[in-house]
Design a protein around this ligand. Structure first.
Ligand code: 13P
Length: 274
């Protein structure tokens, strides 16, 4: 019996899509961006920790650098992990304004967001520098959360898949399958960030599935099946459950709604391990 290309594609999709045995625990991370002072951040996580005690997913918060110490101490004993919004790839040196990963680990950081579209758009981040950061974060034993996503113009030009393909290939260049398997990817369409415009669940699922197929092509199906892919862009309590129920959406990277404990907690409660 010969299978058609479409049938082969459908089988491949099933192999790498989330299944009850996929073992992909959902991960919801709040990216606070340039909001919250250290004391405001501490108050936020104290309220949040009580609200998410029974959540069935991994949860992280990513405050700005100056808040990491105080927020990290406030998180002690809770199930919420501490994430950084960026990190530099050199271990130390004359790099004014940059922050080394060793400085972050000492504060208890376990995950680092890299390649966020705001870094790419406003601070000259490229696929090459994102890749250098990914390698350094992995080398330090931390988990990179690699963000990818197309702009509105790219989307309107039909370039979504091409852009995401380039960013994933570039960001993951030279990494081994086992390194990639431990990473988190975040698909954040730039036009959906902070705009209230959320990708439809079908649109988001389609791009997530394309990313997972690409991971299978770059490595293999088990690697692709292990990587958690978050969706980000105007995730709110009222759309989270639908997004998180998609087979290839394994969590959320939340901006605005992460600044309010009750909203962020509601999103965390919508993420359920299978
Ligand atoms: P919003 O949730 O505010 O759209 O931000 C998404 C984001 O950029 C998270 O990294």
């Amino acid at each position: 019996m010969r299978l058609t290309d479409n049938e082969i594609e459908a089988i491949a999709q099933k192999i790498v899509a989330k299944t009850p045995s996929s073992g992909r625990r959902p991960i919801v991370v709040g990216n606070w961006k340039m909001h919250k002072t250290p004391s405001e951040g501490e108050a936020l996580v104290r309220e949040l920790a009580a609200l998410v005690e029974t959540a069935d997913c991994e949860i992280g918060v990513a405050p700005a650098y100056p808040c990491l110490g105080q927020v990290g101490r406030a998180l002690g004993g809770s199930k919420i992990s501490l994430c950084a919004q960026n990190a530099y790839w050199e271990k130390a040196g004359a790099f004014t304004g940059e922050v080394a990963i060793g400085m972050l680990t000492e504060l208890g950081v376990s995950q680092v967001i890299i390649g966020h579209s705001e870094r790419r758009q406003f601070f000259g981040e490229t696929d090459e520098t994102v890749n250098l950061r990914a390698k350094a974060v992995l080398e330090a034993g931390l988990v990179p959360i690699l963000c990818v996503g197309e702009s509105l113009q790219e989307r309107d030009s039909g370039l979504t898949h091409a852009v995401v393909d380039r960013q994933v290939r570039g960001g993951l260049a030279d990494l081994s399958g086992s390194q990639v398997a431990g990473m988190v990817l975040a698909y954040e369409p730039v036009w959906a960030i902070g705009t209230g415009k959320v990708a439809t669940v079908e649109e988001a699922q389609e791009v997530h599935s394309v990313i997972r197929q690409l991971l299978a092509e770059l490595h293999d199906a088990p690697t692709a099946g292990a990587v958690r892919i978050q969706y980000g862009g105007s995730v709110k309590p009222d759309n989270a459950a639908q997004l998180l129920a998609q087979p290839d959406i394994d969590g959320a990277l939340v901006g605005g709604a992460a600044l309010k404990a009750t909203d962020f907690a509601a999103i965390c409660m919508a993420a359920k391990a299978e």
